[in-house]
Ligand binder design. Structure first.
Ligand code: SF4
Length: 711
């Protein structure tokens, strides 16, 4: 039987038609009915069928023996042990001594249940997600500007735009179907102009009308300069600014102070003045402008300010919420947005409510009928693992993620896990760099086996549906959490029969926030119409963009009426002061390391690494560098080199031709110690984070490159 489901990789959220064949193979093709991809799939999506075999799968609960070996155990024993470990730590040290580190790979229902357990029952907000690493700066920027974490537009806007600006995004490789939609629009009768702003000349630049190779970290200068230019050249929508925004004068003053002179902006950003002015003029002229941004903006110590400097330009021109225009955050993971909807970050509550707002806490607690509520923000990802290293967090449950590979300063993460009293890992894979430190391994269902919902970058909720049987003893993540919650003594609150009941409760909570008796909790995130779905209708749910308050049609664009989610209904300009990354290159570490994805791999390769045709594109880790820098460092293309920072080192093969500027190097994030020792770039990356969002600065670590072995 063919099942309509959703790709588990990037935030484009493509619809997939999948079928298990009698010979054990799996056929996948793009779903022509799904609005995100209209039948297209990229190379990763089309290879999904090659990644679902059971080789290397974790199929049974495993307990670590005192001698360090893992022994298979029954579910009851494993769940008892997990609950007892958490109970022991809470009794001795309080609820903030336990933590959860979860993942944008989880489904919304999984996320909902684990957040409910942590925040509403255990009473700790120490629950954060690997989505912190990819889009939390966009979340913080949205909340500052709009009053809520909202992407205002939709993918269709790309086909309606006159100008598309891609900032810090190798869209062609990292969000390929979005790129294909842009490329198709460029072949049409009214092709949009495409501007790519990126220090690297990536594959995305092939379709660009203009590439601005900005120096890493200078984006706020660029967009403050744009704001000043737009104001000076009469491109401001004064009526919109007056009627629907606040904070304009301060933001403009900050922009003019930093970046009032385009020649100076061009010098700071390292681009040609003529190119900069072309971009500014195009932006000023083109009413229908979409600005897409991704990790190159978010993964920065000034990521939130970068996001707001972009949004400021859209507010100034009133280009938001209408067809073909708006700022647009491209999320990295398939359910980064769904996780946020249910409070998946340490500083949030479910339904986009604020953890530190007493009225919001009270609403959620009374809805949950829960015994206690966390009252202050929990620790964000980097700080959370630092607290583990410092011994303040003594029990940690990791779900569907591999922080020993993916976090910055990853050797420190290793040390943290090695000293942690109680580490639990739910995963589909038996052996990962992280699982090596777990005391208990719990087998979870993977893509094709699990049921639930995900939300893509354009707020579109889609179903992931099972078409394969559960392998071994694997269980759904939400069910594992409920089983542990009941063993922790929470008989009420976790008695869900199936995933539909979890979704219905989540949807009812969003409706409750919008109830007349709670005027201060109104949110655009409203799934009231979906709360009424019965099991059968939930199973057949078609992709829909929230809010879905009245009927199940959803809304493509938000803010068309100029009403935002701040209490006064006005959007906020944010005064953004440009600043350089905290750690600058110096004589000892003269190059700047940038990290990111390659076209055919996903995260730490636990799934894409199984498909030989995906490994053909980039078979091993590499350090891409300018030939002049390679010469200076004494390394040659094709040779191994060591990339060394103040935090750690890794080894990779030298490569040229990836479009890096002199003075920079690029290393992909995917490889890990299962591939080869010293293959993790996470060990090299500095742990600096954005002070507002807590997102790490993956795009800027000073390093040196030297021959390997070191001569
Ligand atoms: Fe999957 Fe993203 Fe490719 Fe679509 S673009 S098929 S969601 S990896």
């Amino acid at each position: 039987m063919t099942v309509a489901t959703t790709c588990p990789y990037c935030g484009v959220g493509c619809g997939v038609l999948a079928r298990a064949n009698a010979d054990g193979s799996v056929h996948v093709e793009g779903d022509p009915q799904h609005q995100a991809n209209h039948g297209r799939l990229c190379v990763k999506g089309s290879a999904l069928g090659e990644t679902v075999d059971l080789h290397g799968r974790l199929l049974h609960p495993m307990l670590r023996s005192p001698d360090g070996t893992l022994q298979s155990a029954g579910w009851d024993e494993a769940l008892d042990r997990v609950a007892a470990g958490f109970q022991r730590v809470i009794e001795r040290h309080g609820p903030d001594a336990v933590a959860f580190y979860v993942s944008g790979q989880l489904l919304t229902e999984d996320y909902y249940v684990v957040n409910k357990l942590a925040k509403g029952y255990l009473g700790t907000a120490n629950i954060d997600t690997n989505s912190r690493l990819c889009m939390s700066s966009a979340v913080a920027g949205h909340k500052r500007a709009f009053g809520e974490d909202v992407v205002p537009g939709c993918y269709e806007d790309l086909e309606l735009a006159e100008l598309i600006v891609l900032v810090g995004s190798n869209t062609a490789w990292c969000h390929p179907i979005v790129y294909q939609r842009i490329a198709k629009a460029k072949e049409g009768s009214r092709p949009p102009r495409l501007v790519v702003i990126d220090p690297r000349h990536t594959a995305t630049c092939e379709s660009a009308d203009l590439h601005l190779p900005v120096k890493p970290g200078t984006d706020v200068w660029l967009f403050n300069g744009l704001m000043a230019f737009l104001f000076q050249h009469g491109a401001m929508d004064a009526r919109f600014v007056e009627a629907h925004t606040a904070g304009f004068a301060q933001a403009l003053a900050a922009a003019q102070a930093d970046a009032g002179d385009p020649a100076e902006v061009a010098r700071i950003c390292g681009v040609q003045l003529a190119d900069l002015l072309n971009f500014y003029r195009w932006f000023a002229r083109c009413e229908r402008t979409v600005t897409l941004f991704s990790q190159g903006v978010n993964q920065s110590s000034s990521g939130t300010d970068k996001v707001n400097s972009i949004i400021n330009c859209h507010l100034l021109t009133g280009r938001i919420g209408k067809p073909g225009m708006g700022p647009f955050s491209l999320t990295g993971q398939p359910n980064a947005m769904g996780g946020r909807e249910v409070g998946g970050l340490a500083n949030m509550l479910a339904a986009h409510l604020e953890l530190e707002n007493p009225a919001h806490r009270q609403l959620v607690q009374s809805f949950w009928q829960s015994p206690r509520m966390a009252e202050r923000q929990g620790l964000k990802a980097v700080d959370l693992f630092e607290a583990v290293a410092a011994g303040r967090i003594k029990a940690l449950w990791i779900m569907a993620t591999n922080p020993v590979v993916s976090l910055p300063d990853a050797d420190r993460v290793k040390q943290a896990l090695a000293r942690c009293e109680w580490v639990v890992s739910s995963d589909i894979v038996a052996q990962t760099d992280t699982n090596a430190f777990a005391h208990v391994l719990l087998p979870a269902l993977g893509w094709g086996e699990k049921n639930g919902t995900v939300t893509n970058s354009e707020r579109r909720i889609s179903r992931q549906r099972a078409f394969l049987p559960a392998p071994g003893e694997a269980r759904a993540d939400w069910r594992i959490v409920c089983d542990v919650a009941q063993r922790l003594g929470f008989a009420q609150g976790f008695q869900f029969e199936d995933v539909h009941e979890v979704f219905a409760e989540h949807a009812r909570l969003t409706a409750c926030c919008n109830h007349e008796s709670h005027p201060d909790t109104r949110r655009l995130l409203n799934l009231e119409a979906l709360a009424k779905l019965d099991r059968h209708a939930y199973d057949r749910l078609q992709p829909v963009q929230w809010p879905v308050a009245i009927d199940a049609k959803g809304e493509a664009r938000l803010f068309a009426d100029g009403r935002f989610s701040h209490a006064d209904g006005r959007a906020r300009f944010i005064a953004t002061a440009a600043r350089l990354p905290l750690n600058a290159a110096d004589r000892e570490y003269p190059l700047v390391l940038n990290t990111g994805r390659v076209r055919d791999q996903w995260h730490t390769m636990t799934r894409t690494g199984k498909a030989p045709r995906l490994s053909g594109h980039s078979p091993e880790p590499f350090v891409d560098m300018h030939p002049h820098d390679a010469l200076r460092c004494g390394v040659r293309e094709g040779e191994l080199a060591r990339v060394q920072s103040r935090w750690g080192a890794m080894v990779a093969r030298v490569k040229h031709g990836g479009g890096v500027l002199a003075g920079n190097v690029f290393v992909p994030i995917h490889w890990n110690d299962q591939f080869a020792s010293d293959a993790r770039v996470g060990g090299v990356v500095n742990p600096v984070v954005d002070p507002v969002s807590g997102e790490p600065e993956f795009k800027h670590t000073p390093v040196r490159v030297e021959p390997f072995p070191v001569r």
